[in-house]
Design a protein around this ligand. Structure first.
Ligand SMILES: Nc1ncnc2c1ncn2[C@@H]1O[C@H](COP(=O)(O)OP(=O)(O)OP(=O)(O)O)[C@@H](O)[C@H]1O
Length: 246
């Protein structure tokens, strides 16, 4: 089976520092793959490489078997890869609904853009659907900036989904959330699998173990281990590097 996302020997240097060092792994279609590792392991840099925010020094990225290495984020989005950011990436001064509607317009053609009513029909439907799915219907007209932290993080995921990606990168989606919001968000992520391929960076090890089909462990820019959650957790090298005991 072709991997939805395939990373081979991906490397980036920042001066003398090799932040991501010859990383290789596959994300299987419709599954949740998590990337874990201690602070500074290189997880965000890996996501920046995959999502086109920075260009690799070496290596390649394939989406459904097609080389997309070094393509800018907007090209990757059109090719089916979306990312939600660790840092909140919303239009705070716009209503929740407008954030979703704008994000949903990505696939509208320039010709449709000349026909305002027809142009927006599909985007409106998609925005409504996402409001419902993410429990934000009652907040549709609220400014995004007025939402709680947990709601903003959920809206971010909804915005990333608006373009109907086949591969979704989630960067610490439960960061800073209460216990209840974390559990709710984890449920939402679980429901995305099957519909799309999810690549997740997550510090909450409970969420990682509960959600992931496959776990990739990074340490000092390199891949330390990968496998099923229970296998990775039992690996002595992972325990030493990540869980702080062997
Ligand atoms: N633009 C940059 N310029 C220079 N060094 C960088 C840059 N971005 C990241 N680094 C360095 O690369 C290393 C990996 O950082 P990165 O943020 O990718 O790790 P991380 O695993 O995501 O960490 P955290 O869990 O704390 O977010 C760190 O030493 C960091 O200081």
């Amino acid at each position: 089976m072709t991997a939805a996302l395939s990373v081979r020997d991906l490397t980036v240097n920042f001066g003398a520092l090799v932040a991501v060092n010859a990383m290789s792994f596959d994300a299987a279609p419709g599954r949740i793959t998590s990337v874990i590792g201690p602070n500074g392991a290189g997880k965000s840099s890996l996501f920046n490489l995959i999502s086109g925010a920075i260009r690799p020094t070496a290596g390649r990225v394939q989406l459904d078997g097609r080389d997309v290495t070094g393509q800018p984020p907007y090209r990757l989005l059109a090719a089916g890869l979306a990312r939600s950011f660790q840092i909140t990436n919303l239009f705070f001064e716009l209503p929740v609904f407008e954030n979703l509607r704008l994000a949903a317009q990505i696939h509208e053609t320039p010709l449709k853009a000349l026909l305002p009513t027809r142009r927006s029909a599909r985007a409106l439907d998609r925005a409504e659907e996402l409001l419902d799915r993410f429990g934000l219907t009652a907040k549709a007209q609220e400014l995004a900036g007025n939402l709680s932290h947990g709601e903003q993080r959920r809206l971010e995921i909804a915005v990333a989904l608006a373009a109907r990606p086949r591969v979704l990168l989630l960067d610490e989606p439960t960061q800073g959330m209460s216990h209840g919001d974390t559990a709710e968000t984890a449920d939402m992520i679980r429901r995305l699998a099957g519909e799309m391929t999810v690549l997740l960076i997550e510090h909450d090890i409970g969420v990682v173990m509960a959600l992931s089909d496959h776990v990739v462990v990074m340490h000092q820019g390199r891949k330390l281990a990968e496998g099923a959650p229970a296998v990775v957790r039992a690996d002595p090298a992972v325990q030493a590097a990540y869980f702080g005991h062997a």
